[in-house]
Ligand binder design. Structure first.
Ligand code: PEP
Ligand code: MG
Length: 547
């Protein structure tokens, strides 16, 4: 039997399933007859204790885990939630029930906001469970503990769970819920283990069932044959060899250079990327620095961050993207209006144009960082629709003192006028995540249409081809910075279509580097032609593999 979901990363793992224990049952809604003040005091003690515990565990875990646990601790200490709990207890609810209802209402609010915020609802549910467990005097739900390697299966993972995972024994994460930006996905990427999210039916697997989790194909093979296990183990060994291969610059078998760059969201991630062989940065997502900000960051705040990033790449290329407020990444200071179809709304460059001073401040901060460091700074705008928008952005960037200014190709309209864009822009970087979403009209955050979110689709590849040809004709670089660049086989096809650089999550660099080294430019072009002629994403994958 095979189950399907959305794979995170390219890894493969084999092992027995261990499931997360079931959550605590919902507290019953009996009328509370005791002293409401004493009951509320019990709850505030529990809230404080849980916040404390999460913070302590965060300090112990360090790194990304510390950040997520501290955010969860802040949720437990949120005064609005405490007020709501007090009110519910005053209205005759038990402490447990009041916590359950107050947190559930807040979760619902987050889910309604969609995207990134909806995925934080899981975190809030986890905090509520911990508080209720404490009020009940029972152990908090948590990850199973084992000395033997296992594949962790869960409805979804919350930060408090993922922070306590022992990655020496957890081979893969498989969850029923969660999207590509859920904590499960983030933690799996950061720890270079495979994850498959959104897998229907996975919770029916019994503990001890052997599975092959293959993130590349998004499949979970249940009770695999001996041959399938042997094949998976061979692929695991190959990946280990690729990962330990000497770190060299990206190049094809015939020596054609394909610089391999990193996608980053924080200057702190640069050292790891450099250690993994990143030749520079192909996408710095500036909005990740300011997701929690309620007002626009100042020029000084931004300058400090950008300088911290650029100073780590002397003589290297660093592509910084301007603030990309969107459905999945709301920035309240740029766009907090309700929109029926936020992915089609005032986001990307559109939101920046509507708040031009915020854009000018960001570009000014970038100019200061450019002038204070030795890095080769390139700046680009997200979600650009056409050459008019591209020209407007490039002119503004140059007026303020930037040397190299370009645009992201994420909207099909931009690709369709690629020659006009190549004329006015210094470079183009293709965001295949959004380009796929808009080409196939499939919300990238929505599990039900995840099968459309496949950058192998020939329609997407044809747009990449147009952009590649226009860039080559105008002598302009055409990079790829969406997840597609992290898929080694697709990376080859993208180079065959004209991509001049590839940028990806640093954990993917080794696999892509190894795959590029196996083909010449002519072979990459042959594979690209075969993929372009296919009739579906799956057909393109097969055609490229057999070309
Ligand atoms: C993309 O859309 O492919 C991209 C790189 O940008 P983001 O994933 O941040 O929207
Ligand atoms: Mg995008």
């Amino acid at each position: 039997m095979e189950l399907h979901g959305i794979g995170v990363g390219r890894g493969v793992a084999v092992g027995p399933v261990l499931r997360m224990p079931d959550p605590l049952p919902e507290p019953v809604d009996d009328r509370f007859a005791g002293d409401p003040d004493a009951e509320y005091a019990r709850v505030t003690d529990a809230l404080a204790a849980v916040a404390d515990e999460l913070r302590t565990r965060g300090a112990h875990a360090g790194g990304d885990a510390q950040e997520v646990l501290e955010a969860a601790a802040m949720m437990a200490a949120d005064p609005t939630l405490a007020d709501n709990v007090r009110e519910l207890i005053g209205g005759g609810k038990t402490g447990e029930r009041a916590v359950f209802e107050a947190f559930a209402a807040f979760q619902e609010l987050l889910v309604g906001m969609g995207g990134y915020m909806a995925e934080r609802a899981t975190d809030l549910g986890d905090v509520a469970q911990r508080i209720i467990a404490r009020l009940r005097g029972v152990a908090a739900p948590g990850v199973p503990v084992s000395d033997e390697p296992f594949v962790l299966v869960a409805p979804d993972l919350a930060p408090a769970d993922t922070a306590t995972l022992d990655f020496r024994v957890v081979r893969a994460l498989v969850t029923r819920d969660g999207g590509p930006t859920s904590h499960t996905a983030i933690l799996a990427r950061a720890n270079s283990i495979p994850a498959i999210v959104g897998v229907t039916g996975v919770l029916d697997l019994a503990d001890g069932t052997i599975v092959i989790a293959d993130a590349g194909s998004g499949t979970v093979v249940v009770d695999p044959s001996t041959d399938a296990v042997a094949d998976a183990e061979r692929r695991i060994a190959e990946r280990a060899t690729a990962a330990s291969a000497p770190v060299t610059d990206g190049a094809l078998a015939d020596g054609t250079r394909v610089p391999l760059l990193a996608n980053l969201g924080d200057p702190d991630e640069a050292a790891n990327a450099i250690a993994l062989g990143a030749e520079g940065v192909g996408l710095f997502r500036t909005e990740f620095l300011f997701l929690d900000a309620t007002s626009a960051p100042t020029v000084e705040q931004q300058e400090a961050k950008y300088t911290a990033l650029l100073s780590q790449f002397p003589g290297r290329k660093v592509v910084v993207r301007c603030l990309d407020a969107g459905a999945d990444k709301p920035l309240s200071f740029l766009n907090d209006a309700h929109e029926e179809n936020p992915a089609l709304g005032l986001r990307g460059l559109r939101a920046l144009r509507a708040s031009e001073q915020i854009l000018r401040d960001q570009l000014t901060a970038l100019v200061h960082a450019q002038d204070a460091t030795e890095a080769d700074l390139w700046v680009m705008a997200p979600m650009v629709a056409d050459a008019e928008e591209a020209a407007w952005f490039v002119a503004l960037g140059k007026e303020l003192g930037l040397r190299t200014v370009g645009v992201m190709a994420e909207v099909p309209s931009l690709a369709l006028v690629a020659e006009q864009v190549a004329e006015v822009s210094d470079f183009v970087s293709i965001g295949t995540n959004d380009l796929t979403q808009y080409t196939l009209a499939a919300d990238r955050m929505l599990g039900t249409v995840a099968s459309y979110q496949d950058p192998w689709h020939p329609a997407v590849l044809r747009l990449v081809q147009r952009l590649g040809e226009a860039g080559a004709a105008a002598g302009k670089g055409v990079g790829i910075c969406g997840e597609a660049a992290a898929d080694p086989q697709l990376a080859v096809v993208l180079v065959g279509l004209g991509a001049t650089t590839l940028s990806m999550t640093p954990a993917a660099l080794a696999d892509v580097r190894a795959e590029l080294a196996t083909v010449t430019l002519e072979q990459a072009r042959t594979k690209a032609r075969a993929a372009l002629a296919a009739r579906s994403a799956a057909g393109a994958r097969d055609a490229a593999a057999n070309a």
